[in-house]
Design a protein around this ligand. Structure first.
Ligand code: ATP
Ligand code: MG
Length: 392
């Protein structure tokens, strides 16, 4: 058992000694069997939330209405969820009602894919009610039960299927793939934020070309915000992603570049995807810099404007698009610039006002010009020199 499970064993033992059942479930069981590292340990139990809370000194109600309580043990938090069955999905997402049950089988039945419906006892014994082990062995993604019904219940599962195909390099079995094709349109009903999470996991996964090919084959792509006109670009993106990308910023940058979006088009596009402003700003910078790298090298000012935190991403995308890898020299040149950031400029607006320059938009323009002159080496980054330069 991995270290994370070993550490969690006493938690499961405490629950069992009180007469309830407790199992490791979800992604951590799947990833352990695959020999991959795991990030969080999920526990499923027959104990009700109040019963769990009575057993442990320190718990947090992280999602008590869904039956989830976090148990804090030796500095680690364990999400512990009461076995539940879900019923009557009327809006193609999330169940109308969560019913706590005492049966593990009921709980596993509501899970999305067979590889995600495995449970593991505290001693490592695996409970496999839906042939998840053989699907893991054969590297297959298969819906638990009737695929048509499962995607009709919760349309997000379709995006989860293509994201796992990418992350695990697995094949979606024909029956499950056909059900996605039949229900792709229901993705419309899902909050964009949730679709975005799955898309990014797909794009930053191990074999994104696989997940994207599945999105294209099933028609899921058509129900993603602002994707409608970009079928060819998505095919090209799939090819470009054969080597994978190292971050979400890189993924977005490659996507907007392949879509041929201009700087003005990038912001509304990403806003439709409900992306954070910080990510939009980063992608504006990296896409612009990657395009410049595609045309040749960067001058000092262009390099400075991109900045150290984003230069590796810009270079990564430029390389994917066919430019030579210039990361080492770009990093060295960046480090050798007189300043790395506006705040390192040896003069402030206050200094300039004291020297007699009037406040207002003009002051900002003068500061911007001084910044440019320092970066390009025209003026030394010394206060006296800069004030003198400003007075010219
Ligand atoms: P990851 O490694 O990305 O965390 P995961 O399989 O653990 O993958 P989670 O979103 O953390 O995915 O969900 C934990 C478990 O809950 C899943 O393994 C699955 O059993 C179940 N699950 C999650 N989302 C759904 C869903 N939409 N429908 C059915 N079961 C789901
Ligand atoms: Mg998980």
């Amino acid at each position: 058992l991995p270290q994370e499970f070993e550490l969690a064993r006493p938690v499961l033992q405490t629950i069992e000694q009180a007469g309830y059942e407790a199992y490791f479930v979800g992604g951590s069981v799947r990833d352990t069997i695959l020999g991959k590292s795991i990030h969080d340990v999920d526990i499923a139990t027959s104990a009700y939330p109040n019963e769990i809370k009575a057993l442990f000194k320190r718990t947090v109600d992280t999602g008590i209405e869904h039956g989830t309580v976090m148990i804090l043990d030796h500095g680690t938090g364990y999400e512990t969820t009461t076995f539940r069955s879900e019923s009557t999905y009327t809006d193609f997402r999330r169940p109308d009602q969560v019913t706590f049950v005492r049966s593990l089988a009921e709980d596993l039945k509501r899970r999305d894919f067979t590889i995600n419906a495995l449970a593991m006892r505290e001693n490592g014994e695996v409970i496999d009610l839906f042939d998840g082990l053989s699907d893991l062995q054969n590297q297959q993604i298969r819906a638990v039960g009737n695929a048509q019904e499962r995607f009709h219940e919760d349309a997000l599962r379709m995006m989860r299927a293509v994201r796992f195909a990418s992350q695990l390099d697995f094949t979606i079995v024909p029956d499950t793939l056909a059900a996605i094709t039949a229900h792709a349109q229901l993705l419309d009903k899902i909050a964009v934020e949730r679709t975005q999470v799955e898309l990014l996991k797909l794009l930053t996964g191990k074999t994104p070309q696989r997940g994207l090919t599945d999105m294209l084959a099933t028609g899921l792509w058509q129900y993603c915000p602002d994707f409608a006109d970009h079928e060819t670009a998505l095919q090209e993106l799939a090819t470009a992603l054969t080597q994978g990308v190292s971050s979400e910023t890189a993924a977005w940058t490659l996507l907007v570049t392949k879509f041929g979006l201009t700087a003005t088009a990038i912001t509304p596009f990403m806003k439709h995807w409900k992306t954070a402003n910080q990510m939009i700003n980063a992608v504006q910078t990296t896409s612009k810099t990657a395009a410049l790298l595609g045309q040749g090298d960067l001058n000092a000012w262009q390099l400075y404007q991109c900045g150290a935190p984003l230069i590796a991403t810009a270079n990564e995308i430029a390389v994917i698009l066919g430019a030579p890898d210039r990361l080492a020299t770009l990093t060295d040149r960046l480090a050798a610039l007189p300043i790395q950031h506006k705040k390192e400029l040896a003069v402030t607006g206050k200094d300039l006002m004291q020297a007699g320059i009037q406040p207002g938009p003009q002051l900002g323009a003068i500061l911007g010009d001084l910044e440019y002159q320092v970066v390009t080496g025209a003026v030394a980054n010394k206060r006296a020199d800069l004030v003198a330069q400003a007075m010219i």
